[in-house]
Design a binder for this molecule. Sequence first.
Ligand SMILES: [Ca+2]
Length: 252
Amino acid sequence: MMVLLPLLSLLLLEWALIGSCSEKGGNDEQPSTYSDTYYHGPWIAGRPGRDGRDGRDGAKGEKGDPGEVLNGMQGCPANVGHSGSPGPQGPPGIKGMKGEPGGIHPTLIDELLNMTSYLEARLLKLSKALTLYGSMAELGGKFYVTTGQPSDFFMINKTCQEIGGAVATPKNKEENAAIMKLVVRHNTYAFLGLKEGIIGKFYYLDESPVKYTNWYSGRPDGQGQENCVEMYTDGTWNDRDCSKHRLGICEF
Ligand SMILES: [Ca+2]
């Protein structure tokens, strides 16, 4: 009897559920979300199934119409920027081709030749005039010129230097003879470019030793008191006091 009680309870519960469903299926005016087949028969309708899988991709569509080009409005002009700093110096360029050789225009050459001829002729005339009046003697491109005025040795030396020359100094017998012409012409003695160093020893004014002399017999005899040298009219030399006034002759 204790085993039959649970079975009886299950049968009563099933009967009550079937009766409830029969009342719902007989109402046609209240459609259900289930299919009509679920209402046939006395069984209980099942739960709805799960959603199906996604379908395949469809066919490729037709190409669309071209889009419309839209032009934007012109913008405002930008401000001018500042000048930049100069860049670094570039490499030296390629050496150019050698130019045509230069030259003097023929007309200029003729003018220079004419000027040279004119100056040569003028110098020749001046040279002849100075020589004629005993103011100048020429030898081997060296000129001996005198002012014709007697002065002490110091003034003669100063005058010759101021005009770019030096006191006449014979270095050989030919030069001595050329200077003697002026001495003879003025009939007086002339100082030469020599000075005494130690007693009885004479030097050129640049202090180099004398290489040529033409002393008169017994000269020098000043014993250190006659430090300059004069030329007699015969071309011989004598030591003499530098303060005496003698003819000044410069050489160029
Ligand atoms: Ca003397």
